[in-house]
Structure formats: C-alpha cells, structure tokens
Design a protein around this ligand. Sequence first.
Ligand SMILES: Nc1nc2c(ncn2[C@@H]2O[C@H](COP(=O)(O)OP(=O)(O)OP(=O)(O)O)[C@@H](O)[C@H]2O)c(=O)[nH]1
Ligand SMILES: [Mg+2]
Length: 399
Amino acid sequence: MRLKRITAPTMQEALERVKRELGPDAVIIGSKTVRSGGLFGFFGKPKVEVTAAVDPAPEAAREPLDLKSREPSTYTQPVITAPELQEIYRELQGMRREVAALVDGTRVKSDRVPLSGALLSVFRRLVDNDIEEETARILVEEVAGDLRQREHDDLAKVHAMLVNKVERLIPVAQETKFDKDGPKVIAMVGPTGVGKTTTIAKLAAVYALSRKKRVALITADTYRIAAIEQLRTYSDIIGVPLTVVYSPEEVQLAIQEHRDADLILLDTAGRNPRNPARMLELRGVIRAAQPNEVHLVISATTKNRDAIEIVDRFEQVRFDRLLITKLDESSTYGMILNALVRAQRPLSYVGTGQDVPEDLEYASASKLAHMIVGDWGSPLELDTTHDTEQHVGYEHPRS
Ligand SMILES: Nc1nc2c(ncn2[C@@H]2O[C@H](COP(=O)(O)OP(=O)(O)OP(=O)(O)O)[C@@H](O)[C@H]2O)c(=O)[nH]1
Ligand SMILES: [Mg+2]
C-alpha cells in the first residue's frame, strides 16, 4: 500500500490532487485542517491535509484474463469474454470509488471532532471563556499534538501549554517612538462609548506630565456638545492645547498648527459601524489627518459577533492597532483573542478602569494570555462520554 499526504487550500482541491497523483483508486484514510504561514502558523490560512492510500493495481487491471487456460479442460466456449470481464471490473472499481467517497465524507466530519476526555473539557472551558469554537479547537488540537497521549489528562501541563500558545498569538505593538521629523499623530476610532476620549486623556496625561512630551489634542467629535466639553476639561487639567475641527480640511490645518508638538492625539466621534454615512465621514477625517497610528478601540464587554463586525467594518476607515478598554468590566476575555485573530493587527494598550491616567496599561501578551485561557481555579468537569478514566481535580499551575 502506498501512502501519500497532500495539503491543499480546500478539501475539493485536495481530493482532486489525490485523484491526479494517486489515481482514481486511492482511498482517503484521514484528513485534518492545518495552518501554515502567519504568526505561529495560526494567523496563516487554514489548509486541508489529506492522507490517501492506494493499493498497487491488481493483476486483473494489467492483463486481460486468459480464461481459456483455466480448468476444466473440457472448456470450449467462455461464458463471459475477457473484454466483458474487464468492463465488469471497471464498474466494480467505480462503485468502490463512490463508496470510498461516501465513507470519506463521514470521516472528514468525525475527524474534526477528535477531542474527548480531558481535552474535550478543556475545549469547553475555552469556549466558555468566549473563545470562538474554531480557535479553541485549533488551540486544543495543537496542544494535543505537542503532548504525548498520556499527558492529555495532565491539566497543569495542558494549561501551561495553552497559555503559552495563546501568548504567542497576541502581537503587541511597539511603543510610539518620537523623532525630530515632526509630531507623531495618533488617532482613536471606534464605536460609541467605548472609551476613546478617556483613553486620549490618559495618554495625554502620561506623555505630558510623566514623560514631559509636548502634547496637543485635536477633536473631530463635534457631534455632541458634551464631547467637546469632556475633552476640554481634560486639556485644561493636564495643561495641553485643544483644537476643535469641523471638517477634514480643518484637521489638516490643526495638525499644521501643532507641528511643534511631539505628540498629537486625535479624538473622533464614536460611530455605529452599521451606519455607512457616518463611517464615510470618519474615513474622510482619517484620510485628511494621515495619522502615524490609528487605534481601533473596542470594549472588552463587546459580544463576540459584534466585535468581529466592528473589526470588519472599521477596515474601510483604517486602523493599525487594536486597543481594548473596560477590561475591568468583563469576566471573560476570549473576545480579545477573536478580535485579534480577525483583525491581524497588534494590540497597543488596555484600559482597566475609569481613572485618568492610572487605568491604562501597555498590552502584555503574557498577562492577557492568562486572562484569556482563564485560571481554571475550579476543577474541570470532565466529559466522560468517550473517556471513563477517573480524573484528579485541577490545580492552577501558578498556585
Ligand atoms: N470601567 C471602565 N470604564 C471606562 C474605561 N474607559 C472608559 N470608560 C468609561 O466609559 C464611558 C465612556 O467613555 P468615553 O471616553 O466618553 O467613550 P468614547 O468612546 O469617547 O464615547 P463617544 O465619544 O461618545 O463615542 C465613560 O464613563 C468612561 O469613564 C475603562 O477602561 N474601564
Ligand atoms: Mg468620545
């Protein structure tokens, strides 16, 4: 039996290659989704890996049967001719292929659910922590592949590996570097009420007061009178200038006006990502400002599906970093991983409360990975459907 492993972007393409390379008699004996390229092979595109087997062609396929040479010697006229026999053989081969394809269809599905026992419980815990099922499955499958079978129940080991893998999936943006070529312009965009203005106030305070940088604020949020007042209050307290702009042209003028600053923070109006007209306005502001960095601000309390939609819809505006606020208000953090996987942009800061400026931190991949995986303080409920082995309660590896 000849075995061959084939990787292709889709199952259909993989099957076509199997047919081409191994012939129509090949039987699929396994398939799985693999990822390559991208960060840790994870941000790369999923591919299908198919293992196929083919038997050397039976003699019948190579040479016509010599029925005449067979016993009994009294044989005079064959009931069936060699060409007819060949035809029947071909028909049988065709049926065999169809059956193989049917079996393969079921196999592909069941291969996608190889988790059982401890690993299934771990998978469920990740999904409970709001990690998308597909991501959770890939993570657990990767951990399972890296560990020996008997280590799958060692939850301390599984937890540590998962944290490590999640950590490697969290790209963190480099800190803004200042140079003498003019100010760095950082813009905040995002849905309404996520903490854009508060985060700008926190950054302004940190850079102006602690780092002694020349900071200027620009707000394009003239949508609500209160929004201007909110930022003006911060600018007065921190002691940095604020310019209010009413059009994309005015944004350019304001940036010009503050050309001696080290850092210009541009606040924008919160936008409902489902409102195309408002999103276009915002795009106009960002295009005019040409910021060095655009941070898409998302609250950690956002539902998974909404976070994905926000990421997708803000693509048209432009963003190069994700900034997560209200970490303190959420009890699960899987959404952060989902948004990162979707956005494929690094994380910049995380907001951890309402206090200006102390409740702002640089994103830490390790800290977030622990939060996303969860600390599994309580023993996991083991799934015993497929695995009846007794399980010992899990102790958190850090405790
Ligand atoms: N708990 C918590 N609250 C926050 C955080 N960041 C901002 N907030 C609060 O969220 C509310 C909205 O904050 P804003 O900064 O006005 O939000 P925004 O995105 O500028 O809102 P719009 O300009 O109206 O779109 C305020 O009550 C903030 O104090 C955070 O990290 N944690
Ligand atoms: Mg605001």
